[in-house]
Design a protein around this ligand. Structure first.
Ligand code: GLY
Length: 573
């Protein structure tokens, strides 16, 4: 090329670049928070305004959720948080899952006939694992935050003391669990103040919880796991017939783990490793689906392929997964694209695979009540955080003088050992309880990153968490934005029972008929078949934020199924 041609090229190239699409922005134009309660989102935004980063905001949001959503999560439970530290570029998974108390051997959960006794596994002192969320808050604040814990937890302390109005979901959940909660004097003192059970619209005050939060804020780890709070927790559990020790509380540790990373189309997906089952199942499903252009497929074919990927991932989950500190998980194999290709090869494009052809022994799946929030800050730090007390109001037990409602996470272990499956006994063994072991979870806090977009997402929903996050990722991949992704109608298959469960509007009547002709069983939503389960047949509470780097815009999506949720964007120079 001669000199004139080079000069022309040098002149024209910048013009072409200026006329083309904008280069992706280097930093978000502010911050975004989405959570299941408006007071929690507002606390996160306030901390960001005060100069905190996404990690301080996460501590604030989590602390307030612990106060205003006792139905779902709290200091007496655990959490799994995925962090992206913009400065180092590092992703880290912070595992604040509860651990099994030493005394909680499998026989403690069986009745006289040797059957699992839900009164022990789901209610009261034996159902509770050693809490992990307080240690997680301290760890994240000290290692990643900018603000003192006192400042990040200030809103939680104030709301616990001053109170907030009881909302319909909380009142409804309380009505369902009240019989259990009324058994314990510490719980009655909080939920039936002056002998009057709480009702929708009442101002719900938790002075003991405010004091517990203050001790945590002032003393960090020791403010919960040693001293006054620890003594009251152990005394309350043991007075209710359980068996905790002070050493067990003092010995609790948060674990930092390497997240799971894999590619799907143009995205890098970063998600939860064991002891969550979510990330491995998600990677399997998406790697099975990767070669297909799902956007271009007719609806019935698309749902068929997605359901077949769900069926296979859920079947594998039974055999291999548990706490990685206790069991050897063939993670490299399960995450390999070759393994996914093998699973894909077994899918008939025209016919459902009956689940009983995929041999195995089902194990119990995780339960429904949990919460999730997502945050991005102006530096590009991100948090996708899921936290839980397991079922509605966890164990129902508040040790007197603490305000801390304990989890019933022990039910997430495979508590009834034995029944060998076709491949040995791994299904039960991998997730059998042992002292100090973490129970398997479905919590799937997830990041998606492409050249053009950065996303954080997650949801509660027990085993359905994994399929909701899958559909969320497929939604973003199809070009949807955060509010649409949070609202997407959902369908779910988990190998056994061999049925597709669908929300109203998730699968059209025509596609449902085509799927039935392929051999699928579908739990049809009520407006499409008489005898459906009614309009409550919806699930999840997905909270997501996205940074569109091309337009340099932040968006939040809060699940419209939950009127308390709120997504907010804070513009920052
Ligand atoms: N307890 C619900 C879960 O961990 O998935």
């Amino acid at each position: 090329m001669n000199r004139i041609a080079w000069l022309l090229l040098a002149f024209l190239l910048p013009l072409a670049a200026a006329a083309g699409p904008a280069a992706p922005a280097a930093h978000p134009p502010g911050a975004a928070v989405a959570s299941a309660h408006h007071l929690a989102t507002e606390a996160g935004i306030e901390v960001l305004r005060q100069g905190g980063n996404a990690f301080d905001a996460a501590v604030a949001v989590s602390g307030v959720l612990s106060v205003v959503e006792p139905i779902s999560s709290g200091l007496g439970g655990g959490g799994m948080w995925l962090l992206h530290d913009a400065k180092s570029g590092r992703d880290v998974f912070v595992d604040g899952r509860e651990t099994a108390p030493a005394a909680a051997t499998p026989d403690k959960f069986l009745d006289a006939k040797g059957n699992l006794d839900p009164q022990r596994s789901q209610n009261g002192p034996w159902s509770a694992g050693i809490p992990g969320l307080p240690a997680l808050l301290v760890h994240v604040a000290e290692k990643y935050g900018r603000l003192p814990l006192k400042q990040s937890l200030a809103s939680a302390i104030r709301i616990a003391r001053e109170g907030f109005p009881v909302y319909a979901r909380m009142a409804h959940g309380y009505a369902l669990k009240r019989q259990v909660m009324d058994r314990y004097p510490g719980t009655r003192a909080v939920f039936s103040p002056n002998g009057k059970p709480i009702r929708e619209g009442d101002i719900f005050r938790q002075p003991d919880l405010a004091a517990t939060l203050e001790r945590l804020a002032a003393q960090g780890f020791d403010g919960f796991y040693r001293g006054t709070t620890a003594k009251r927790l152990v005394a309350g559990v043991n007075a209710a017939g359980g068996q905790w020790t002070l050493d067990e509380l003092a010995g609790y540790r948060v674990k930092e783990r390497e997240p799971i990373h894999f590619r799907y189309h143009d995205w890098t997906i970063t998600t939860a490793p064991p002891p969550s089952s979510g990330g491995i199942a998600l990677a399997q499903m998406l790697q099975i689906l990767a070669p297909y252009d799902l956007k271009a497929m007719p609806e019935a074919e698309r749902v068929h392929m997605v359901v077949e990927s769900m069926r296979r991932a859920f079947r594998d989950r039974t055999f291999y997964l548990g706490d990685p500190d206790f069991v050897k998980i063939p993670q490299r194999l399960l995450l390999s694209p070759d393994y996914a290709a093998g699973l894909r090869a077994g899918i008939d494009p025209d016919k459902a695979t009956p689940s009983d052809l995929l041999s195995g022994q089902p194990t119990p799946l995780e339960d429904e009540e949990t919460t999730h929030f997502s945050i991005i800050d102006a530096d590009g730090n991100r948090v996708a955080a899921t936290q839980t007390v397991n079922l509605l109001f966890g164990s129902g037990l508040i040790p007197p003088g603490t305000g801390v409602l304990l989890n019933d996470e022990m039910d997430d272990f495979a508590l009834k050992p034995g029944t060998p499956n076709a491949f040995g006994v791994m299904g039960f063994e991998a997730n059998a309880p042992k002292p100090g072991k973490r129970m398997l979870s479905s919590m799937t806090p997830t990041f998606m990153e492409s050249r053009d977009k950065v996303v954080a997402l997650g949801t509660p929903g027990g085993s359905r968490i994994i399929t909701m996050v899958l559909l969320g990722i497929l939604g973003y991949d199809a070009g949807l934005q955060a509010p649409q992704v949070a609202a997407l109608p959902r369908y779910h298959h988990q190998w056994l029972p061999d049925v597709i469960d669908a929300e109203p509007g998730a699968i059209s009547t025509q596609a449902a008929q085509a799927l039935q002709a392929m051999g699928h069983r579908i739990e049809l939503p009520p407006d499409e078949a008489a005898g459906g389960r009614g309009s409550s047949h919806v699930w999840g509470n997905l909270q997501t934020v996205e940074w569109d780097r091309r337009a340099n815009v932040l968006r939040g999506g809060t699940d419209p199924r939950n009127p308390q949720g709120k997504a907010a964007v804070l513009a920052q120079p």
